[in-house]
Design a protein. Structure first.
Length: 384
């Protein structure tokens, strides 16, 4: 039997390369991208070269935006339990060096593509209905019709606009937000104050790391305290934050929405742009994107518009912090008038094809906004 010390040395798995001029690097050695993550799982790292170890002050481990461990001395290893359901998780590790230096690495663990806890292979469709610019309330399940690839579908269930809302806010706190962050936090507090008592809010901060400030919080004072802790530093990892926000609600039924606020183009994500786009297209939550300042970059503006369009949400591009209260007020008002429909597709193939969705109200000249479609990638993760 191995001694405790020997076992610790084994699981730590620090691989040190000796090179006088080599720039320090950090790698996640376990789990890898081909490793499913379920139950208690060891997260192990390697730092090169050996000379960099002496300057490591802390190593912080994050799983799906939540801080899992903070380790101040070797062995730099963390045991995290993300739950029994086998799905993809995002692991991020940040090592603080000396006074201001940082090393970081991230990995998405393997998604087996299914889970025994999925309630049904349901397609979830959030819907906004308006008439002459006014929201239409009080509609029933039988008032709607859904067509997938030209074939009428049978609506299995509907969640009304009166059901509680699960809202996720992903807020850019990169270094470029230093002068605007206080105004942004004040506007977000105004948004959260407009939620109903049963509505829960999850707040994610992101720069070159994605981290969880508070989860499904219903108490306004607690949400404000979480916002007050956000500070500005680092780069921008928009794609990582987008995937983390989607993961927060991907297995939930009912009314949900995601607000992503960013002022700059992505330069720091581990997640490829194509992967983030696919996750958005597969998401059953409406995304509202708010591009501020640097969002005038054409590529970023186009990406934020696409995210919103694919999910039935909206994209906003305010130029001044004074405009944020109006933007956030429009978003929370829309979400308060959201219906959620579900159906089981008559097309049983899981062939990664794109399925178009059209939703209409059977009677009345109403304007209906919903997701354009979805990727047929297997069961929708909509239950726990």
């Amino acid at each position: 039997m191995k001694t405790i010390a020997a076992a610790a040395a084994t699981v730590c798995a620090l691989v040190i390369a000796v090179s006088g001029d080599q720039q320090p690097t950090l790698r996640i050695t376990a789990p890898g991208p081909e490793t499913p993550m379920s139950g208690p799982t060891r997260i192990e790292i390697a730092i090169d070269p050996a000379s960099a170890l002496a300057s490591v002050r802390t190593v912080t481990f994050w799983v799906d935006g939540r801080e899992a461990c903070r380790v101040e001395k070797p062995p730099f290893v963390c045991v995290s339990d993300p739950g029994d359901v086998v799905r993809s998780h995002f692991v991020r590790v940040v090592a603080a060096l000396g006074e201001d230096g940082r090393l970081s690495a991230g990995v998405h663990t393997k998604d087996l593509g299914y889970t025994e806890r999925v309630r049904t292979e349901a397609v979830i469709v959030p819907v906004i209905v308006t008439h002459d610019g006014q929201f239409v309330r009080g509609l029933k399940q039988q008032d709607f019709e859904i067509v997938e690839d030209g074939v009428k579908q049978s609506i299995a269930s509907m969640v009304s606009e009166d059901a509680p809302l699960n809202l996720v806010l992903a807020i850019d706190v990169s270094g470029s937000m230093e002068h605007a962050l206080d105004d942004v936090k004040a506007a977000v507090k105004e948004l959260l104050a407009k939620l109903r008592p049963d509505d829960g809010a999850t707040i994610i901060g992101f720069n070159d790391t994605t981290f969880l400030a508070t989860e499904r919080e219903k108490d306004q004072k607690a949400r404000e305290r979480a916002l007050d802790l956000l500070t500005s530093w680092g780069g921008t990892a928009l794609y990582d934050a987008t995937v983390s926000a989607i993961d927060m609600v991907s297995r939930d039924w009912g009314r949900k929405g995601i607000v992503i606020f960013s002022d700059g183009d992505d330069r720091n994500s581990i997640t490829p742009r194509e992967t983030a786009t696919a996750r958005v297209q597969a998401s059953d939550a409406m995304l509202y994107t708010v591009g501020f300042g640097g969002a005038n970059v054409p590529a970023l503006r186009a990406k934020l518009e696409q995210y919103a369009r694919d999910t039935g949400g909206r994209a906003f591009f305010p130029q001044r912090t004074q405009d944020l209260n109006r933007v956030f007020d429009e978003i929370v008002t829309e979400l308060a008038n959201q219906y959620v429909l579900s159906y089981s597709s008559t097309n049983l193939k899981q062939d990664n094809s794109w399925r178009t969705i059209k939703v209409r109200v059977k009677s009345g000249k109403y304007q209906v906004r919903a997701r354009d479609g979805y990727l047929a990638q297997g069961p929708q993760r909509a239950g726990r």
